[in-house]
Design a protein around this ligand. Sequence first.
Ligand SMILES: [Zn+2]
Length: 181
Amino acid sequence: MARKKYSKRKERARKKEKIKAKKAIAIPNEEIKRELKISAIDEGTVIDHIPTDATFKVAEILDLENHQGIVSIATNLQSKRIGKKGIIKVGGKSLTQAEVSKIAIVAPDATVNIIKNYDVKEKIKVKTPDVIDNVVKCSNPVCITNNEQVATKFYVLRKDPLKIKCHYCERSMGKDDIEII
Ligand SMILES: [Zn+2]
């Protein structure tokens, strides 16, 4: 028993040493600089002109936390058009129509660039739909969509800033009440 304890301690000590040794390895400056630069993507999608505070919401909509390819997220960049903006680059992914519609709800000015061979192959301006199906949660707790298996449905009353109305309970919701499903 005592011997086991001892060897465990020894193992821990060895692990500690290993970590220290790794830290001590000098990385050339050039390499660090290269790592810090946001990488260009050869194939994929760049979403630009996202309002800066909606950037992580867009990342959530696209489930980028679980994306296996390159993901670069930048926020608080200067934009002449919308003030501060965010940009998201996703390698090896093209967006579905449903994803584009969801993005339009939180980022009505966003542009979606489809990248092929490091070049912009196509530029799409997102468009807020007139009817939003099964994307937004109704903020009314007694709404049927929050109590039964009913998909939500909203009519867009105003596009910018967004104002929508629930088909079922007629609750109106503004930009700040909107929660994406
Ligand atoms: Zn409702």
